[in-house]
Every structure is written in structure tokens, then in C-alpha cells.
Ligand binder design. Sequence first.
Ligand SMILES: C[S@@+](CC[C@H](N)C(=O)[O-])C[C@H]1O[C@@H](n2cnc3c(N)ncnc32)[C@H](O)[C@@H]1O
Length: 275
Amino acid sequence: MSDADCVAFLQWALPRLQMRWPGFRRVRRQVCKRLARRAKALGLMELGAYRRYLEECPSEWAALDGLCRITISRFYRDRAVFDLLRHELLPHLCAQATAGGEGALRIWSAGCASGEEPYTLAILWRLELERRYAGLALHLIATDADPHLLERARRGCYGAGTLRELPDAWREAAFRREGERYCLRERFRAGIEFRREDIRHEQPEGCFQLILCRNLVFTYFDAHVQRALAARIAERLAPGGLLVLGGHEHLPTPLSGFAPAAPGRGELWRRVAAQ
Ligand SMILES: C[S@@+](CC[C@H](N)C(=O)[O-])C[C@H]1O[C@@H](n2cnc3c(N)ncnc32)[C@H](O)[C@@H]1O
């Protein structure tokens, strides 16, 4: 199967799944490999035949949807954003929660992959914030549609490459070596609940002070789904709460109820009262 065949197939199939081709352009190899494997497993020689199969067999679309998940993640991904969270934004949220009489810092990590993002927050919390905000507990809900990734998240063991952006001292404190793998110590797993949820159909109930929705909705889903999910996310953010997007992502327009949370950083938004 050539790259051109895969591109043509994706440009045909993705809009039918309410997804957008530009989001996949740079990272399509992962999906193309899975498509080739799936076609082969069905005894089909090329993607044109797989396309005809999809047209005749509507239940295959659910399988294709699952093949189109990009699963790349890393600890402390987008260093500048995590530096800001660490030094300014999270201490501010904690102070705000404490002043408001809250007992917990409530966080939702949407599309949490194998746990890299929620565990980065848990490490930050345990190593730098917990003692300063002793009246707060950490409640972190981490959701993903992929059960295999969630299983890996619960195991909590990673290769060195995934940890390369994490500050060295944090890696030393939070992980123990098991051969080539780094496994998260027990105290950094507390306070996190992993849930299998397809964000298009369900979102955790509750009111969060921080929501991370990075490199998922606003990259891969089409404009209609983006708008619908931005509204669902806004409903779940506390006033003054923070929404973090991926580095190349934007909120759909027009959308009220959000203001930039840090000058020059298009991925950080604060929830304000809608006009
Ligand atoms: C590119 S990764 C991003 C991981 C992490 N947020 C980050 O930025 O490093 C996208 C994640 O979204 C998950 N995902 C894809 N479609 C989803 C859906 N409909 N509902 C929930 N999670 C989904 C994938 O399984 C994958 O773990």
C-alpha cells in the first residue's frame, strides 16, 4: 500500500467519521500502518477494496474509528506550558481554590493516552504543591477511549524516551528503574482515576478547576464536533478555571466564555462568565 493510497483513503474516510485530514497529515504513518494490517486481516489486497468493504458493511466504521486514534504522548510535553503551569498557573489555581474554601483541586485530563499527562500533573502536585496547599487534595480524572492505553497507564511503566522532557530531579524522585523501564512510584498514582470514555459521547460530571484537552478534539475532529465539545468542556470548567489545549490548537470561533490566560500563549484559556 503506497503513501498516496493511504492519503487518498484518509481524505475520503475521515470526513465521514467527523474528523479532519489536516490533523492527520503529519502523523498519518501510525494510522496507515494500522489500515494496511486491518485490510490484510480481512483478506483485502488494497485500500480501494477496504473502501468498498466499508460501503457494504456499515459496522466496519466503528473499527475504522478505533484505527484512527493518534496515541503519541510524553511526560511534561510542551515544556513551556508545563513550566507556566508549575510556576504560575497551578499555584494561582490552588490559592484561588483555598480562598474559595474548596477541599480539592479537581482536574480532568481528556485523551490521557498511557497516563503521561495526568502523571506529570500528579508528580508536580506531590513534589511542589501538596505541602504548600495542605488543605487541598488532588482529584484527577483521566479519560481515554482506548482500553489498551488505559491498561498501560494503570501499569505506569515507561521507556526512557517518554520521560526525556521531565526534569531530571522529578524523574529520579518519581520513578524506580526496572531493567530498561521506569515505573512510577506508588505515591504518585494516588488521587488519579482512569476511565474509559469516548469524549464525543460522554464527559465526566463535575466542575473542574483545570481541564487539559490537548492534541485530540481541536486537532482531529471536524469543526462541528469541535464546537459541540468546546461547549461541553466550558460547562465543566469552574469560573476562573483553566483550559489547556495542545501547542498548535485553537478554540473554535465564535465562542464566548473564555479569555486568554497567559499573554502570547494561544493554548491557555481561562473560563469567564459568558456575556
Ligand atoms: C495524541 S494523543 C494526546 C495525549 C495527550 N493529551 C498529550 O497531549 O500528550 C490523543 C489521545 O486521545 C485519545 N482519543 C482519541 N479519540 C478519542 C475519543 N473519541 N475519546 C477519548 N479519547 C480519544 C487517543 O486514544 C490518544 O490517547
